[in-house]
Design a protein around this ligand. Structure first.
Ligand code: ZN
Length: 279
C-alpha cells in the first residue's frame, strides 16, 4: 500500500536568537524548510523506527513524544520553491512519501574584488584540493544506525559567533560556494570541545580548512572543526559532549585564528546555530 502525503512548507520559523515565546518550548534542532535549514516530518506512531531516505541519503529519525519524526537537512544549494522528496519505509513494509516545499531564505552576500589570477589555484594546489574534496565527500556520507541521544549541542569554543552561515560569496562578480559553517572568534590555542557525544571519524590537514576533525554523532549527524592549531584526539576515539579535542588556530586558507564549525545532517551542511542555545 502506497499512501501519498504532501507536506506543504511548514510555517517558516525565522529565528533572531532565542525569542522569549519560544524559549519556553525550546527543542533542538530548531526547524524551518529553507536552504541550510532542517525540515521536521512527522511519521506517526509505531513500534519500530521507520527507515527514511531523501535521494540516496538516509535521514535521521527520532522519537518525539509518541511519534517518530524525521529531521531532514536541506542543502544550501537547494533552490527555493523546489520540492524535496522523502521516503519512509515503515517496519510493516508500507512506504510513505512526503514532499517538502523549500521556502526562500535571504542570506547575506559579500562581493570581493581580487586581482585576476589570484582566485585560481596553482595546478598542484588544485590537484590537492580535488583529492581532498573527494575524500571529504566520502567522509560526510558516513551513516551509523545509532541515533544521537540529544540534538542539543554545546558551543565548541567560547567566543563571539559570526552569523555568516550561508553567506554568498562572489569574487569579481563570480559566485563561489556559500559559507557552510559558523565562525567563532577565539584566540590561538583556546581549547575546542566536542559539541555533542560521538566518535572521531576523520582527522586531516586540508588545503582550505587546515587541521580538521570530523565527529560522527550517529544517524547522519556530523560535526566538523577546522583551522585548528592542534589536535588532541585520534580517529575512532569516542568522545563525550564537551570533551577537549583540539586547539583554535589559523591553519588552512584563513586570515586569522578562529574556529570554523560545520554541522552536517544527511550530508547537507545546515546552520549550526539551530543546535545551539541562544547566544
Ligand atoms: Zn568559516
Amino acid at each position: 500500500m502506497n499512501r501519498r502525503r504532501f507536506l506543504s512548507s511548514l510555517p517558516p520559523l525565522i529565528f533572531a536568537g532565542a525569542g522569549p515565546a519560544r524559549a519556553a518550548t525550546a527543542r533542538f534542532p530548531r526547524t524551518s524548510s529553507v536552504p541550510g535549514g532542517i525540515a521536521r516530518v512527522r511519521l506517526g506512531a509505531g513500534g519500530d523506527a521507520p527507515r527514511v531516505r531523501t535521494g540516496a541519503d538516509r535521514v535521521l529519525v527520532m522519537r518525539e513524544g509518541g511519534d517518530w519524526v524525521a529531521l531532514v537537512g536541506i542543502a544550501l544549494a537547494t533552490q527555493p520553491g523546489s520540492k524535496l522528496s522523502v521516503e519512509a519505509e515503515h517496519a510493516d513494509g508500507t512506504v510513505e512519501r512526503y514532499e517538502i516545499v523549500v521556502a526562500a531564505k535571504a542570506y547575506a552576500s559579500q562581493h570581493l574584488k581580487v586581482r585576476p589570477g589570484q582566485v585560481e589555484l596553482a595546478p598542484d594546489d588544485l590537484a590537492r584540493y580535488e583529492r581532498e574534496r573527494a575524500h571529504l565527500a566520502g567522509v560526510i556520507k558516513t551513516y551509523t544506525e545509532e541515533p544521537p541521544s540529544t540534538l542539543a549541542m554545546a558551543q565548541p569554543v567560547p567566543g563571539k559567533r559570526s552569523s555568516s552561515f550561508g553567506l554568498r560569496r562572489f569574487f569579481n562578480g563570480e559566485a563561489r560556494s556559500p559559507h557552510g559553517g559558523m565562525d567563532i572568534a577565539a584566540a590561538e590555542g583556546t581549547p575546542v570541545v566536542a559539541a555533542c557525544a560521538g566518535r572521531v571519524i576523520d582527522i586531516g590537514d586540508y588545503f582550505f580548512s587546515g587541521r580538521t576533525i570530523i565527529i560522527d554523532h550517529g544517524a547522519g549527524l556530523l560535526s566538523l572543526y577546522a583551522h585548528l592549531s592542534g589536535v588532541d584526539t585520534s580517529v575512532t576515539q569516542k568522545v563525550g559532549a564537551g570533551a577537549p579535542i583540539g586547539k583554535v588556530g589559523a591553519t588552512g586558507r584563513v586570515t586569522g585564528p578562529h574556529l570554523h564549525f560545520t554541522v552536517y545532517l544527511n550530508t547537507a551542511a545546515v546552520d549550526p546555530a539551530l543546535f545551539l542555545p541562544g547566544p
